[in-house]
Design a protein around this ligand. Structure first.
Ligand SMILES: [Mg+2]
Length: 169
């Protein structure tokens, strides 16, 4: 069914609500994450100590991590390099190309990879098309880039239909 392509496997308030030990038990060892409004507010250059701790926790638990963002080279490289996390910019999600590249670089399989993102039309759709375990988070802030604003309008049409069918809590 059409809506199913947009349905996340898991829906949490924020990245900090993801039970990392449970992911591990599910056989997931790789995390591919969106940047804007998933890790921090859209276009904010600042990362929080909490985010640094979260990334440390991931590493400690043995997860491989990559940031895959549709944003520009400047935005993504500045942010990711400061955190020493590998990244792909201008990913063109939901197109699969960047995810294929990410998995290749990380030497991970789709079935052992989780995708985290705040948008149904880019992150979740793309992750589902790749067969990743998709995790939707509530956007960190209401501030969105221009392209995202359009996507949000479409989301607002899709979300009530998904809720009606029990595909989103
Ligand atoms: Mg985002």
């Amino acid at each position: 069914m059409f809506l199913k392509k947009f349905a996340p496997d898991l829906y949490v308030q924020s990245i900090y609500d993801i039970k990392l030990d449970l992911l591990k038990k599910q056989g997931i060892n790789t995390i591919v994450t969106d940047l804007d409004n998933t890790l921090v507010e859209a276009d904010s250059p600042d990362f929080t100590p909490k985010l640094v701790k979260w990334l440390d926790d991931l590493q400690e638990l043995g997860f491989k991590v990559m940031i895959v963002s549709n944003n520009s080279k400047l935005r993504v490289s500045n942010f990711a390099e400061a955190l020493t996390v590998p990244y792909i910019y201008r990913a063109k999600k939901p197109i699969k190309t960047a995810f294929i590249k990410a998995l290749k670089q990380l030497e991970s399989k789709a079935c052992e990879t989780a995708l985290i993102g705040d948008q149904l039309l880019t992150d979740i759709l793309g992750g589902n098309r790749m067969g990743l375990y998709t995790i939707l988070v509530t956007p960190v802030s209401e501030k969105d880039g221009l392209g995202t604003k359009i996507n949000r309008r479409i989301e607002r049409l899709i979300v009530p239909r998904m809720k009606k069918r029990g595909m989103l809590p």
